[in-house]
Design a protein around this ligand. Structure first.
Ligand code: BG6
Length: 464
């Protein structure tokens, strides 16, 4: 009997995204997205100059991969549809080769008894739409709704869990504040507009879901990173609250409750950062809240009251309101540099229970990135990733506690099934349960954590 036992119908699986796994970037009628384009323009931005065309070849190897998922105990798997594969120009013609591909993938998952969780957007704006401004342009909101509607019509009968977007704050931060994603603009006001349109697009996709009379559930996946202040001093607490408002509640409140927090609106207004909106948007948000929330968690955000003085020419940034706080003694992942704070996952879940109506949720990403992971191979070539097993266990214990305290948490998906290409970091940080050998035809081999995961999923729990 497992010491940490989870319900029989708990969702065990992993998550992935189209651009990070499919490869075949210019094959099968796919149009370009911002990643294909940016790589062509600035290959040096990408680790070891590896671009999205070299993603882990799920496009051709999906049958093998799904068989491995089955072997590793998955009862569910999240993939994303590539917008620019399905609709190469972002709007207009649907690519029939893509329709056939996604049907085959969904059929294969069902055949193996793995429930597909399908996400519509994982950082991959079609190039043609970025060229008219991407999320800054309201026309792209309508284009997204039309794309979502097409997905529901095409694949609706095979999918009962849909997600509008993954971590919509990331394209805002990375693309419009911190120079990490295309279009690498640094402009707080434009960033707010981008965030506003992308969350509006999410609500409009939910609206289309209802209009299409779909039978399943629809939600969003958010990295609701807890913001811990350095101390209980009011200035630190205020810094933590502002970070939470800007990076979490901006998406969480409107998705779950249907409206933005008043404090956020006041804050943006005070700094002339309010986005342009239309009167009808309020009803769109309030009528189209989510059924199900995916929670991605990697590491907390720690902040303190502003101490540093920005350079007079520096642009106005969210860091106007707080400084990052490097808490002494915090536990770090030695192989990737992110903090490990397992209790964060519990704090998120309890917050959902206490302040968001105990919305149905699941852990949609949790994982540990490791550089140069081949160094942990044993003589037989299996990666002995005990550190990852410890990471999962320590987080799952807190999920288990939250469950025991009544949180409506339905599953745990790791990031990720197999090592994959990850944006500017390409293959730098490995996260998979399964290793991918880039020098040997992208050969898959199960890591120790993969076998461990299989045991946990099949026994619905684990003991220390
Ligand atoms: C998550 C994203 O936030 O972080 C994934 O949803 C990404 O797409 C993952 O791959 C890990 O990031 P990195 O930079 O360590 O590869």
């Amino acid at each position: 009997m497992s010491q940490y036992r989870f319900p029989n119908d708990f969702w065990w699986g992993s998550a992935a995204s189209a651009t990070q796994t499919e490869g075949a970037a210019a094959i099968g009628g796919k149009g370009k997205n911002i990643w294909d384009y940016w790589y062509e323009q600035e290959p040096n931005r990408f680790f070891q100059q590896i671009g999205p065309a070299k993603a882990s070849r799920f496009y051709e190897k999906y049958k093998e991969d799904i068989a491995l998922m089955k072997q590793l105990g998955h009862n569910s798997f999240r993939l994303s549809i590539s917008w620019s594969r399905l609709i190469p120009n972002g709007t207009g013609n649907v690519n029939q080769e893509a329709v056939a591909f996604y049907h085959q993938v969904l059929d294969e998952l069902h055949k193996m008894g793995i429930e597909p969780f399908v996400n519509l957007y994982h950082f991959d704006m079609p190039l043609a739409l970025q060229q008219i401004g991407g999320w800054e342009n309201r026309e792209v909101v309508d284009a997204f709704q039309a794309y979502a509607r097409a997905c529901f019509q095409l694949f609706g009968p095979k999918v009962s869990k849909w997600f509008t977007q993954n971590e919509p704050i990331v394209p805002v931060e990375a693309g419009y504040l911190y120079d990490m994603h295309y279009p690498n603009i640094i402009d707080f006001k434009r960033a707010v507009q981008v965030g506003y349109h992308s969350i509006l697009a999410s609500a409009k996709a939910i609206q289309a879901y209802k209009e299409e009379r779909q039978q399943g559930k629809i939600g969003i996946i958010l990295n609701v990173t807890p913001s811990y202040p350095r101390s209980n001093h009011p200035a630190d607490v205020k810094a933590g609250k502002i970070a939470d408002l800007l990076f979490n509640r901006s998406f969480l409140d409107v998705s779950v409750k249907g409206y933005f927090p008043e404090e956020l609106v006041l804050l943006l207004d005070e700094h002339d950062l309010l986005p342009s909106t239309r009167a009808e948007d309020e009803a769109t948000f309030s009528h189209n809240t989510i059924d199900l929330l995916g929670v991605n968690y990697y590491q907390p955000r720690r902040v303190k009251a502003k101490e540093s003085v920005p350079h007079p020419d520096a642009p106005f940034m969210p860091e106007h309101f707080f400084d990052a706080y490097e808490m002494p003694g915090r536990k770090m992942n030695p192989y990737r540099g992110w903090e490990i704070y397992e209790k964060g996952i519990y704090d998120i879940l309890m917050n959902l229970k206490n302040n968001y109506g105990n919305i149905e949720c699941f852990i949609s990403e949790n994982g540990m990135g490791v550089e140069n992971e081949d160094r942990f191979k044993d003589e037989s070539g299996v990666i002995q990733d005990d550190y990852r097993i410890t990471f999962y266990k320590d987080h799952l214990k807190w999920v288990h506690k939250a469950l025991a305290e009544g949180v409506n948490v339905k599953g745990y998906h790791v990031w990720t099934f197999m090592d994959n290409w990850s944006w500017m970091n390409a293959y730098k940080n490995r996260y998979g349960l399964v290793a991918v050998d880039l020098n040997n035809n992208a050969k898959r081999s199960i890591k120790k954590s993969g076998w461990w995961f299989r045991d946990v999923a099949t026994c619905q729990g684990f003991s220390d």
